[in-house]
Every structure is written in C-alpha cells, then in structure tokens.
Design a protein around this ligand. Sequence first.
Ligand code: PGA
Length: 250
Amino acid sequence: MKTPLIAGNWKMNGGVEANDALVRAVLGGLQASGGAEVAVCVPAPYLAQVQTLTAGTPLALGAQDVSAHDKGAYTGEVSAAMLREFGVRYAIVGHSERRQYHGESDALVAEKARAALAAGITPIVCVGETLAEREAGRTEEVVKRQLAAVIHLNGHCISEIVVAYEPVWAIGTGQTATPEQAQAVHAVLRAQLLAATAQAARVKILYGGSMNAANAAELLARPDIDGGLIGGASLKPADFLTIVGAARAD
Ligand code: PGA
C-alpha cells in the first residue's frame, strides 16, 4: 500500500511570524501521528525559515514552482538546484493558478517537471479541468492532454512524479468534487500512467480543490486517491492535522 501524502499549498500567504506559529502547531500535532507523509509548499522567500523549523522533523519542505531552466538570464525565476540547497523535497508544477495567470503551457509544465526530477526534487504535477470544460464533457480529454505532455518528456522517470488532480472549479471555491467524481478522474490518470510504465502503480495521485477537515476522509477512502494537495485548510493547523489524521486512518 502506498503511504498517503498530504501536502499543504500555502500559496501567497504567510509572514515570518505567522509561519513560525503555523509550522510549530503542525509539528506539535504530527509528533503524535505518523503514517501519512506530510509536506508544506511555502513561498520561496520563506524556504530558509521553514527549512530551519522543519530540520530533523517528519515535515517535508516543498516549493510552489520551479524554473524550467538551469541558470542564467531568467529574472525572478528560481532553479531546482537553488531549491535543493534549501532541502526542498517537493515542487508543485503546473498549478492551475500558474497556468491561468502566467500562461504556463503543458510543454512548459513538462519542462519544469524535468528540471525538478533532474535535481532530485519530486514534482507534484497538477492537472484539472475548468467548469466550462467539465460541462462540455471534456474533463478526461483535458487532464489526459496535460499529463501526456509530462509523460512524453519524462519517459521512464514518470514513476518518480506525484500527480495532483485539481479541478479548477473546486479550487478555493468550497465546492469539492464528490468522491465519485474525483475517483473517476483518478482512475483515468492511473490508467494513463500505467500505459506508460508498469512502475506507475506506485505514483501517488493526490486530490486538491476545497479538501477540508470535513470531507477529507471520504475522498481519501477512494482506491486511487493517495493523498491531498491542500490550499486554504493548510493555513489552519487544526484542520490540516485532521486531514493528515484522515489519511492515516485509511
Ligand atoms: P484549496 O486549494 O484547497 O484552497 O481549494 C487547493 C490548491 O489550489 O492546491
């Protein structure tokens, strides 16, 4: 059985004081837990702070993005090697907010996944359809296209990635996909990964989009839902820990 992964995505939230309190509160609850793997993906300026706070603890450190390039004239970008220097274990790539607000293409997302893998960082590759795409019956086509670009570029390394299915209409809206809707898409993604390599059985497929303390257990009980990518609820330690507990109980 796969160890579930619960990853918090703080997005552009936090501050030195608030981060300290949040990480300490999460760590306080984690000590008594165990079972699920837990990570927090923090804004880049706070990597050093959170690295220090989490050193020697079971809480893994993640970034929210990574450059597709190794180094050079790419103002504002952060390379995978730089992330690695701060003990980063995971990097979210292709989050819908980056696809939407920064015009990131499937091809760029695949390059970012490759850059992360080359530096020994596990990319959390986000895929998901908009409401219009779902209503047009295009969910499967869209998520498969998004994942195919990553599979195509990364070949046999694909078993090293984590996938996050995040329906765009569920992100930050309080409108969660039902466990049935999520499981159906996860099964499609699982089949697509398995067609690429048999090793893909071990790829974790997380669900993200308004996962919270109340709905986590039901979602995480589904066979192809191997964890969660948690936005809003990851900023509330009690809620985040309840989700971690729900993953453990599964
Ligand atoms: P949410 O965000 O949990 O606030 O919906 C999830 C995400 O965007 O990763």
